[in-house]
Design a protein around this ligand. Structure first.
Ligand code: IVH
Length: 711
């Protein structure tokens, strides 16, 4: 192993700690998940000891993912992938009581219920574990999978069979196919005992591979290649829902959960059915009061609409159902000292100030860094290095500073930098924006590295084994300068094997991981490009609307041509002209959810010759797979529908969601392109126009018949 002298300054210590974190994680995975260690136990221990020594000398540099806190965490082993029969969704959050009232109001509006109509909901604790789907066929447990990205999870069947809470069989009479969903978790006492055991098992405490919190311990214990390891860990299960089911034992959430309980699954004994906002909040307060005494960690209360026919009508938005919400407990807080303020350069050049803190435990997790968001936030808090501050951590969110306790003390102010510390370019702030950005664009190495990192990240191309440290090192040595280079790594096997810290097995694994991602689906590909304002949801909307790369780029070319044609009107201000242009572009893009801001960013990106070059280079390496929008076939699929007049059994939003689920487009006004008008009482000019144009008009009952007939 390379002998390195002990780091003497923050910069070299930071680099070394980053390298150690990535190396220790890699060797952990090789040891636990692959059963293929590349180094001896003694060499591994030396890495852990070096990490501990540097952390002792530079405690302010301890990383969030420091091996001293995470060693022993889940090996990112190659567990088989499982596509979920029904997506595993996440939940929207409510923080204040008003958010809960608004949730119920929204449901009433969507379902067109009276303002004071009772909406029964179930309420139960939100467990901090990891969700798991258990599939039973003909009464037998046939498959268990983690949530993964919601569409595809990991196969943990043998591991789940070792959890005593989980029945191997359903009782006679249960549906032929039924997926029970719930949370695998570790009780607080079991977590403490496990960590104590891990500590006792080693002669040197620095070598102990303990878990940071019960959630990590549960995940690390379940996601094991060797189910014997899982069997030795005290895991529990609590059911909170279901996935695919050939039949349901009841027509309410509460009824189905009771049946699942009767089949032998643990269901929360704090699961209740209530029918007012007041009762929901009372139950929430009751659970909050008992929180500390519960045997497991919870982070809120989940409410779900009780009637399943209503759940069906309410459907989903993006990744979360409209019929459920998580009412989170307030964030946990602690006081500490702000040591320094650094800045980080993001993928689009955005400068984020980061607070370096004296390590402090907040809700069971050691926090050393917190985001300060932007210059306005620093001004609002009036923070300077040396101040005592209140740090807050809520769930998985990055810790934040919420209060400066020593604002009045006399201390020199902290000034926002004027230039990028990475490339020296000036920082600029656009009118009306809060963020400062580095103007270096592609000459800024930090931005380029961040873009590459984003490109391979989990929700983008998801290339395994190519972490930040590797990207930085490859970038520095000129091996990877643009996304296409990542694919060209596969031609560099020999050169890579010669590199320090890379061995034949790890290089082959990397090449395999890269080759596995040569056919990205359009939505991931588009998201991976890192275009400003094009997040995952927008990328998916665009991919659904255009399906193929060819169709999408043809549309963008049309936008670029259109933009070239537009000229300012006499007396039109720059700002007005830009806004009008963006609107016209959005009209061409014709995608729900894609407004002028996204349209402008998209066209800016593709109009830039350098981006085109990078893209062409990349397209020589990958084939973008089409995304087919799954819709139920019906007579309105592919047609344009207009709703007018007042609708009586459903809201406009619901009607629109129904039409979109059938693959129809909903337009706001009647034109020659309209195929069908659904008119309720009071329909006026639109109805008349439809008649003039000879467009088919139906009433709400006929519309419902079309929806009911759809396959
Ligand atoms: S319901 C369609 N109920 O929280 C709704 N989720 O933030 C799916 N969770 O992925 C989830 N306790 O892993 C539900 N009582 C509960 C829960 C719960 C914990 C987790 C679950 C989900 C995540 C969403």
């Amino acid at each position: 192993m390379t002998q390195l002298s002990f780091p003497i300054d923050d910069a070299s210590a930071t680099d070394r700690l980053a390298w150690l974190a990535s190396e220790i994680a890699r060797h952990n995975a090789l040891y636990h998940a692959d059963d293929a260690p590349e180094i001896s136990d003694a060499e591994f221990d030396a890495l852990v000891r070096e990490n501990a020594a540097i952390e002792a000398a530079f405690p302010h540099l301890i990383r969030a993912d420091s091996p001293s806190r995470l060693v022993g965490a889940a090996p990112a082993g190659p567990l088989a992938k499982v596509a979920h029969a029904r997506a595993m969704l996440s939940l929207d959050n409510a923080f204040a009581d008003e958010d809960v009232a608004e949730f119920i109001d929204r449901i009433r509006r969507f379902l067109k219920l009276a303002d004071d109509a009772a909406v029964a909901v179930t309420a139960e604790p939100k467990i901090d574990g990891l969700s798991c789907s258990l599939r039973y066929e003909q009464g037998r447990l046939v498959q268990a999978a983690t949530r993964g990205d919601g569409a595809v999870g990991e196969d943990v069947t043998p591991n789940v069979r070792t959890i005593r809470d989980i029945p191997q069989m359903l009782p006679p009479g249960a549906p032929d196919v039924f997926e029970v969903r719930g949370e695998v978790y570790m009780a607080k006492a079991d977590f403490d005992a496990l960590n104590a055991r891990l500590l006792a098992a080693v002669d040197d405490p620095a070598k102990a591979r303990q878990f940071a919190n019960p959630r990590n311990a549960a995940a690390g214990s379940l996601r094991q290649k060797d189910a014997n390891v899982t069997a030795a860990r005290p895991l529990c299960f609590l059911a909170h829902g279901w996935g695919e089911a050939s039949a349901l034992p009841a027509d309410t959430q509460y009824g189905v959960m009771r049946a699942i309980g009767d089949w032998g699954f643990p269901v929360s004994d704090a699961l209740v059915r209530v029918d007012s906002v007041e009762a929901m909040i009372a139950h929430y307060r009751g659970i909050e009061a008992k929180r500390a005494d519960l045997p497991f960690d919870i982070d809120g209360v989940v409410y779900k609409v009780d009637r399943l026919d209503w759940q069906e009508r309410l459907g989903f938005v993006a990744r979360a159902p409209r019929w459920a919400i998580a009412h989170k407990f307030p964030a946990e807080q602690a006081q500490t000292t702000l040591r320094a303020i650094d800045t980080q350069v993001g993928r689009t050049g955005k400068i984020t100030p980061v607070a370096r803190l004296e390590p402090v435990t907040v809700g069971g997790v050691v926090v050393t860094n917190a985001t300060l968001h932007n210059a306005d936030e620093i001004e609002r808090l009036g923070v300077r290095p040396g101040d005592r501050v209140v740090v807050q951590r809520a769930g998985d969110v990055i810790p934040q500073i919420v209060e400066n306790l020593t604002r009045d003390e006399d201390r020199p102010a902290w000034h926002f930098p004027t230039h990028c510390q990475e490339c020296g370019s000036a920082l600029a702030r656009e009118e009306g924006e809060v963020d400062w950005r580095c103007t270096g664009g592609l000459i800024c190495p930090a931005q380029r590295v961040e873009r590459l990192r984003h490109f391979v990240s989990r929700h983008a191309l998801d290339i395994e084994g190519l972490g930040l440290t590797h990207i930085e090192a490859f970038f520095k040595d000129g091996l990877i300068r643009s996304p296409a280079d990542i694919y060209r790594l596969t031609e560099q096997r020999e050169a890579l094997i010669g590199r320090e810290r890379w061995a034949e097995t790890s290089v082959d694994n990397l090449i395999r991981a890269v080759d596995a991602k040569r056919r990205p689906p359009l939505d991931r590909f588009l998201f991976a490009l890192g275009i400003r304002h094009v997040g995952e949801v927008t990328a998916r909307d665009l991919a659904r609307r255009y399906s193929t790369w060819a169709a999408l780029s043809a549309m963008i070319d049309a936008c670029i041509a259109k933009r070239a044609e537009l000229v300012p009107a006499v007396g039109e201000s720059d700002e007005k002209f830009r806004a009008r242009t963006a609107k016209e572009l959005a009209a061409i893009i014709e995608t729900p959810g894609v407004g002028p801001e996204v349209a402008q960013a998209l066209v800016d990106f593709f109009a830039e010759p350098h981006n085109r070059q990078v893209l062409d280079d990349l397209l020589a390496q990958v084939t973008v797979d089409a995304v087919i929008h799954e819709t139920r076939a019906s007579e309105v699929t592919g047609k344009t529908v207009v709703f007018t007049g007042s609708l009586e059994t459903m809201s406009r939003d619901e009607a629109k969601a129904q039409a979109e689920a059938l693959g129809a487009k909903v337009a706001g006004s009647v034109s020659a392109k309209t195929d069908l008008v659904v008119a309720g009482p009071g329909a006026g000019s639109k109805l008349k126009k439809a008649a003039d144009l000879g467009i088919r008009v139906i009433d709400e009952a006929n519309w419902q018949a079309i929806v009911a007939q759809a396959g």
